[in-house]
Ligand binder design. Structure first.
Ligand SMILES: CC(C)(COP(=O)(O)OP(=O)(O)OC[C@H]1O[C@@H](n2cnc3c(N)ncnc32)[C@H](O)[C@@H]1OP(=O)(O)O)[C@@H](O)C(=O)NCCC(=O)NCCS
Length: 168
Protein backbone atom coordinates (compact mmCIF):
# COMPACT_ATOMS: atom_id res chain seq x y z
CA UNK A 1 0.00 0.00 0.00
CA UNK A 2 1.28 3.48 -0.80
CA UNK A 3 -0.04 6.74 0.57
CA UNK A 4 0.63 9.86 -1.47
CA UNK A 5 0.35 13.63 -1.12
CA UNK A 6 -1.41 14.97 1.96
CA UNK A 7 -3.02 11.59 2.24
CA UNK A 8 -5.29 12.32 -0.69
CA UNK A 9 -4.89 8.85 -2.10
CA UNK A 10 -4.20 5.30 -0.96
CA UNK A 11 -3.31 2.65 -3.52
CA UNK A 12 -3.98 -0.96 -2.54
CA UNK A 13 -3.07 -4.03 -4.59
CA UNK A 14 -6.15 -3.71 -6.82
CA UNK A 15 -7.94 -0.51 -5.83
CA UNK A 16 -7.46 3.20 -5.28
CA UNK A 17 -8.99 5.16 -2.42
CA UNK A 18 -9.05 8.80 -3.53
CA UNK A 19 -10.29 11.62 -1.31
CA UNK A 20 -13.93 12.43 -2.14
CA UNK A 21 -14.68 15.45 -4.33
CA UNK A 22 -17.96 17.21 -5.07
CA UNK A 23 -17.85 16.07 -8.68
CA UNK A 24 -18.03 12.46 -7.47
CA UNK A 25 -21.73 12.98 -6.68
CA UNK A 26 -23.19 11.42 -9.87
CA UNK A 27 -20.97 8.34 -9.64
CA UNK A 28 -21.69 7.91 -5.96
CA UNK A 29 -25.42 8.40 -6.54
CA UNK A 30 -25.30 5.42 -8.91
CA UNK A 31 -23.68 3.27 -6.19
CA UNK A 32 -25.99 4.52 -3.42
CA UNK A 33 -29.08 4.17 -5.61
CA UNK A 34 -28.99 0.40 -5.15
CA UNK A 35 -31.34 -0.69 -2.37
CA UNK A 36 -29.08 -3.62 -1.43
CA UNK A 37 -26.26 -1.16 -0.75
CA UNK A 38 -28.12 1.72 0.89
CA UNK A 39 -30.15 -0.52 3.23
CA UNK A 40 -26.90 -1.45 4.99
CA UNK A 41 -25.94 2.19 5.67
CA UNK A 42 -27.10 4.19 8.68
CA UNK A 43 -28.03 7.72 7.74
CA UNK A 44 -28.48 7.63 3.95
CA UNK A 45 -31.99 8.08 2.55
CA UNK A 46 -33.51 6.05 -0.24
CA UNK A 47 -33.90 6.87 -3.05
CA UNK A 48 -30.98 9.28 -3.54
CA UNK A 49 -30.23 11.77 -6.29
CA UNK A 50 -27.00 13.55 -7.24
CA UNK A 51 -27.99 16.76 -5.39
CA UNK A 52 -28.54 14.82 -2.14
CA UNK A 53 -25.25 12.96 -2.58
CA UNK A 54 -23.48 16.26 -3.26
CA UNK A 55 -24.78 17.60 0.07
CA UNK A 56 -23.56 14.47 1.84
CA UNK A 57 -20.12 14.88 0.25
CA UNK A 58 -20.08 18.55 1.29
CA UNK A 59 -20.72 17.56 4.92
CA UNK A 60 -17.80 15.16 4.76
CA UNK A 61 -15.42 17.71 3.24
CA UNK A 62 -15.81 19.78 6.42
CA UNK A 63 -14.95 16.90 8.73
CA UNK A 64 -11.55 15.63 9.83
CA UNK A 65 -10.56 12.22 8.55
CA UNK A 66 -10.22 10.48 5.21
CA UNK A 67 -13.43 10.11 3.14
CA UNK A 68 -12.70 8.41 -0.16
CA UNK A 69 -14.15 7.25 -3.42
CA UNK A 70 -13.06 3.67 -4.15
CA UNK A 71 -11.87 3.18 -7.73
CA UNK A 72 -11.13 0.04 -9.72
CA UNK A 73 -8.93 1.45 -12.44
CA UNK A 74 -10.90 4.54 -13.48
CA UNK A 75 -14.27 3.12 -12.42
CA UNK A 76 -15.87 4.35 -9.19
CA UNK A 77 -16.98 1.22 -7.32
CA UNK A 78 -17.62 2.37 -3.76
CA UNK A 79 -16.90 4.65 -0.86
CA UNK A 80 -14.85 4.30 2.31
CA UNK A 81 -13.75 6.35 5.28
CA UNK A 82 -11.62 6.41 8.36
CA UNK A 83 -12.54 9.31 10.60
CA UNK A 84 -12.67 9.95 14.34
CA UNK A 85 -11.40 6.45 15.01
CA UNK A 86 -14.09 4.71 12.99
CA UNK A 87 -13.99 2.97 9.62
CA UNK A 88 -16.72 2.38 7.05
CA UNK A 89 -16.91 1.04 3.50
CA UNK A 90 -19.38 0.02 0.82
CA UNK A 91 -19.14 -1.33 -2.69
CA UNK A 92 -21.44 -1.51 -5.70
CA UNK A 93 -23.05 -4.95 -5.88
CA UNK A 94 -21.30 -5.93 -9.13
CA UNK A 95 -18.05 -5.94 -7.15
CA UNK A 96 -19.04 -7.98 -4.11
CA UNK A 97 -17.46 -11.33 -3.35
CA UNK A 98 -13.94 -10.62 -4.62
CA UNK A 99 -12.24 -9.60 -1.41
CA UNK A 100 -12.35 -5.90 -2.29
CA UNK A 101 -14.00 -4.78 0.97
CA UNK A 102 -11.37 -6.65 2.96
CA UNK A 103 -8.66 -4.93 0.90
CA UNK A 104 -10.29 -1.52 1.44
CA UNK A 105 -10.81 -2.08 5.17
CA UNK A 106 -7.20 -3.24 5.61
CA UNK A 107 -6.04 0.00 3.97
CA UNK A 108 -8.32 2.06 6.25
CA UNK A 109 -6.92 0.28 9.31
CA UNK A 110 -3.32 0.88 8.23
CA UNK A 111 -4.13 4.52 7.52
CA UNK A 112 -6.02 4.94 10.79
CA UNK A 113 -3.17 3.62 12.87
CA UNK A 114 -0.37 5.32 10.95
CA UNK A 115 -1.79 8.78 10.28
CA UNK A 116 -4.51 9.25 12.86
CA UNK A 117 -3.82 9.06 16.56
CA UNK A 118 -6.44 6.48 17.50
CA UNK A 119 -5.73 3.98 20.32
CA UNK A 120 -8.26 1.68 18.69
CA UNK A 121 -10.53 1.70 15.65
CA UNK A 122 -14.25 1.02 15.71
CA UNK A 123 -16.89 -0.04 13.20
CA UNK A 124 -20.64 -0.54 13.34
CA UNK A 125 -22.50 -3.21 11.40
CA UNK A 126 -26.21 -4.02 11.25
CA UNK A 127 -26.84 -7.41 12.80
CA UNK A 128 -28.29 -8.63 9.49
CA UNK A 129 -25.05 -7.90 7.59
CA UNK A 130 -22.88 -10.99 8.12
CA UNK A 131 -20.68 -10.21 5.10
CA UNK A 132 -19.53 -6.96 6.69
CA UNK A 133 -19.04 -8.65 10.07
CA UNK A 134 -16.87 -11.20 8.31
CA UNK A 135 -14.77 -8.45 6.69
CA UNK A 136 -14.09 -6.93 10.11
CA UNK A 137 -13.43 -10.24 11.84
CA UNK A 138 -10.93 -11.24 9.13
CA UNK A 139 -8.98 -8.11 10.05
CA UNK A 140 -9.04 -8.88 13.77
CA UNK A 141 -11.96 -6.68 14.87
CA UNK A 142 -13.87 -8.14 17.81
CA UNK A 143 -17.45 -7.56 18.92
CA UNK A 144 -17.56 -5.33 22.00
CA UNK A 145 -21.26 -4.52 22.23
CA UNK A 146 -24.67 -4.25 20.66
CA UNK A 147 -26.90 -1.25 20.01
CA UNK A 148 -30.21 -0.26 18.47
CA UNK A 149 -30.37 2.65 16.02
CA UNK A 150 -32.51 4.07 13.26
CA UNK A 151 -31.74 2.85 9.77
CA UNK A 152 -32.85 5.81 7.70
CA UNK A 153 -33.21 4.04 4.37
CA UNK A 154 -35.33 1.28 5.89
CA UNK A 155 -37.20 3.72 8.13
CA UNK A 156 -36.99 1.54 11.22
CA UNK A 157 -34.93 0.78 14.30
CA UNK A 158 -32.54 -2.10 13.91
CA UNK A 159 -30.03 -4.01 15.98
CA UNK A 160 -26.37 -3.35 15.34
CA UNK A 161 -23.02 -4.78 16.41
CA UNK A 162 -20.14 -2.65 17.74
CA UNK A 163 -16.67 -3.78 16.70
CA UNK A 164 -13.28 -2.69 17.93
CA UNK A 165 -9.68 -3.30 16.85
CA UNK A 166 -6.94 -2.36 19.31
CA UNK A 167 -3.81 -0.63 18.04
CA UNK A 168 -1.21 -3.41 17.51
C1 LIG B 1 -20.45 -5.86 3.00
C2 LIG B 1 -19.60 -5.60 1.76
C3 LIG B 1 -18.79 -4.35 1.99
C4 LIG B 1 -18.69 -6.80 1.53
O1 LIG B 1 -17.89 -6.53 0.38
P1 LIG B 1 -17.06 -7.70 -0.36
O2 LIG B 1 -16.06 -7.06 -1.22
O3 LIG B 1 -18.01 -8.65 -0.97
O4 LIG B 1 -16.35 -8.39 0.90
P2 LIG B 1 -15.12 -9.42 0.85
O5 LIG B 1 -15.22 -10.21 -0.41
O6 LIG B 1 -13.86 -8.69 1.14
O7 LIG B 1 -15.42 -10.34 2.12
C5 LIG B 1 -16.73 -10.77 2.39
C6 LIG B 1 -16.66 -11.96 3.33
O8 LIG B 1 -17.96 -12.21 3.84
C7 LIG B 1 -18.36 -13.52 3.50
N1 LIG B 1 -19.80 -13.48 3.29
C8 LIG B 1 -20.47 -12.98 2.24
N2 LIG B 1 -21.79 -13.12 2.43
C9 LIG B 1 -21.94 -13.70 3.65
C10 LIG B 1 -23.06 -14.12 4.40
N3 LIG B 1 -24.31 -13.94 3.95
N4 LIG B 1 -22.84 -14.71 5.61
C11 LIG B 1 -21.59 -14.88 6.08
N5 LIG B 1 -20.47 -14.50 5.41
C12 LIG B 1 -20.66 -13.94 4.19
C13 LIG B 1 -17.56 -13.87 2.27
O9 LIG B 1 -17.47 -15.27 2.07
C14 LIG B 1 -16.22 -13.23 2.64
O10 LIG B 1 -15.54 -13.99 3.61
P3 LIG B 1 -14.33 -15.01 3.19
O11 LIG B 1 -13.25 -14.16 2.59
O12 LIG B 1 -13.94 -15.64 4.48
O13 LIG B 1 -14.90 -15.97 2.19
C15 LIG B 1 -20.48 -5.41 0.50
O14 LIG B 1 -21.36 -6.49 0.41
C16 LIG B 1 -21.29 -4.12 0.53
O15 LIG B 1 -20.81 -3.07 0.13
N6 LIG B 1 -22.55 -4.22 0.99
C17 LIG B 1 -23.46 -3.05 1.04
C18 LIG B 1 -22.97 -1.94 1.95
C19 LIG B 1 -22.45 -2.47 3.27
O16 LIG B 1 -22.97 -3.42 3.82
N7 LIG B 1 -21.42 -1.81 3.78
C20 LIG B 1 -20.89 -2.13 5.10
C21 LIG B 1 -21.68 -1.41 6.13
S1 LIG B 1 -21.13 -1.84 7.77
Amino acid sequence: MTVTGRFDQIDTARLTLRRLRLDDAPALAAVMGDWDVVRMTGTWSHPVDAAYVRRRIEERLDQPGFYALVLLGDDPVGMAHVAEGAIGYLLAKDHWGRGYATEVAAALVAHGFSVQDAPFLTAKVWADNPASSRVLEKLGFREVGRHTAVNRARGEKLGGIDYRLERP
